[in-house]
Design a protein around this ligand. Structure first.
Ligand code: MD6
Ligand code: FE
Length: 209
């Protein structure tokens, strides 16, 4: 169960639950994540065409995982290196999805982003899902991050706010295709992630029902 259901409407379609997970729930969740990472280790995705490596490391849980390399962005059922299916999504995340999104279909993908050092995430849209009617749920663990969100064109003026460990945000409706990114992570602002840094979990529904 979420710790706090205090919610802030950041902009149309974007809802933030600051401190949604209490410290004990954050610790339990990071443990659930790290056990699964033993079977599905972090890797560095590459940009379509150029093959330039991302600064974030990623892995996935669930029936489908988001992956990127020279051939493009896509969802696939297996880890690119182990060739095994992704580990199952932690039950606590599926429960949180139902509570916070109210979406009737279950999430299929939990993308795990690991930010170490000066990793960041450029401005992008989440648009590889056929089920664009479903929102995206994002949970932050570890160091604080400066999140930037604009509108549906790269030119729309962005808003910035800090995402802290335990915060949850949901993007849906007219914000589902909003451009967003992580400008930077504030090193050592939180000690939750072993070895330091930030882990972000984004849950998505991929297939139409
Ligand atoms: C991150 N988040 O917080 C990256 N995408 O590390 C995302 O890319 C994101 O937070 C869609 C919806 C919410 C998000
Ligand atoms: Fe995103």
């Amino acid at each position: 169960m979420p710790h706090s259901l205090r919610k802030l409407d950041v902009s149309p379609g974007v809802v933030l639950w600051p401190g949604c997970l209490e410290p004990a729930a954050q610790t339990a969740l990071i443990e659930d994540v790290l056990v699964r990472v033993r079977d599905a280790p972090f890797y560095r995705p590459r940009m379509p065409r150029s093959g330039r490596p991302f600064s974030v490391e990623e892995t996935n849980f669930g029936t489908l995982g988001w992956y990127s390399d020279e051939a493009g962005y896509r969802y696939q059922a297996c880890h690119p290196r182990t060739r095994c299916r992704w580990p199952p999504m932690p039950e606590s995340l599926i429960a949180l999805w139902s509570t916070l999104t109210n979406h009737p279909a279950l999430p299929e993908c939990c993308l795990v982003n690991l930010y170490r050092g000066d990793a960041r995430m450029g401005l992008h849209q989440d648009r590889d899902e056929a089920a664009l009617d479903a929102p995206v749920l994002s949970i932050s663990l570890g160091d604080d991050a400066i999140f930037r969100i604009g509108g549906t064109t790269r030119q729309s003026p962005p808003r910035r706010f800090t995402l802290r460990s335990g915060d949850a945000i949901v993007f849906g409706g007219i914000a589902r295709l909003a451009y967003h990114g992580i400008d930077r992570v504030i090193a050592n602002s939180c000690s939750l992630v072993p070895g330091g840094g930030r882990i972000n979990l984004t849950l998505r529904r991929v297939s139409p029902v």
